[in-house]
Design a protein around this ligand. Sequence first.
Ligand SMILES: [Zn+2]
Length: 353
Amino acid sequence: MSGETKCAKLLIAVVATICALVGGVPGQSVDSSKGSEAGEPYPNMPSIAPIGVRIAKYFDVPPSSQGPVIDPAKGYRLQDMGSGLYMITDNAIQSMFLVYDHGVVVIDAPQNLAAFIPKAIAEVSDKPITHLIYSHSHADHIGGAKALGGHPIIIAQDETLRLLKRDADPNRPLPAVTFADKYTLRVGNQMLELSYHGNGHEPGNIFIYAPKQRVLMVVDIVFPGWMPWRRFAVAQDINGYFAQVEEIRKMDWDTYVGGHVARAGTHADVDLQAEFNNEVKQAAATALATTKPGEGLNPLDKNNPWAFFDQYIDRVAAQCVNTLTPKWSTKLAGFDVYIWDQCSSMEQTLRIE
Ligand SMILES: [Zn+2]
């Protein structure tokens, strides 16, 4: 299915859902006089639209967050990272490959790049793909593995194998070589150091370091120039995610590849994201401490604990968004897209973990 067809189908599904919500579902009726009608916004409601509200125009993407342009006829761009290492990207998702004297090691095969990877390799090498490394199990990063063809040796962390067995997706073949903590791949005169540092995104997500090129690839943790994807890139353990950003920050490398967005990153990008993370944490902590539970709640909801907490949490998130907006809305692309998600997930982590 083409991207356009997918988008069209998604749009139809979304419109149908909205129509169902607005018009009511035939055969079901809700007596709205008993509740659930939208009321007044909270006091000091942020101007950034919360989840579920249509946005007329998102904030512009700052020039520093944009990558080099892509030739539309080609659909991807190839970036030489030095000494036989290359990044392939459509400016939304990224993978890499490493050329050695007898073959090519591919690192991640995203669904959206699978068709481009062989073409990109052919630009610089006539060698076959001999190895494929999975950064982690998620389909957006390795769902094009089967489409690559051939029979490369697939390498991943133990937890990735476990998750892929569970998912049983024919597009993501199981790795033949797995490891727990560290694995060094030596091919010809090239080397990659794979290591596992715990659950910063999902179990099995690894650090991939090319020592000769001084390039570190860690997928779905830091997004150079951008706000992390929603809820800190759907980190399963937000404290673990924060710790991993700090770990990346302290490591010795020159170029960071994050698996998403338009460009590779620098230490300044990682420092900026760490600073943002710490300020979200501080803003959410302050909002939790200073927001009064139950204030403004309809007395008719006094026996509804879910309503009590939801109303409190909404006000905490609104205060967190307000605190961060003046400084961060122009510093990281996509701030307005995901700041409500970040504040909501942060307050939850601080409240229950
Ligand atoms: Zn992922």
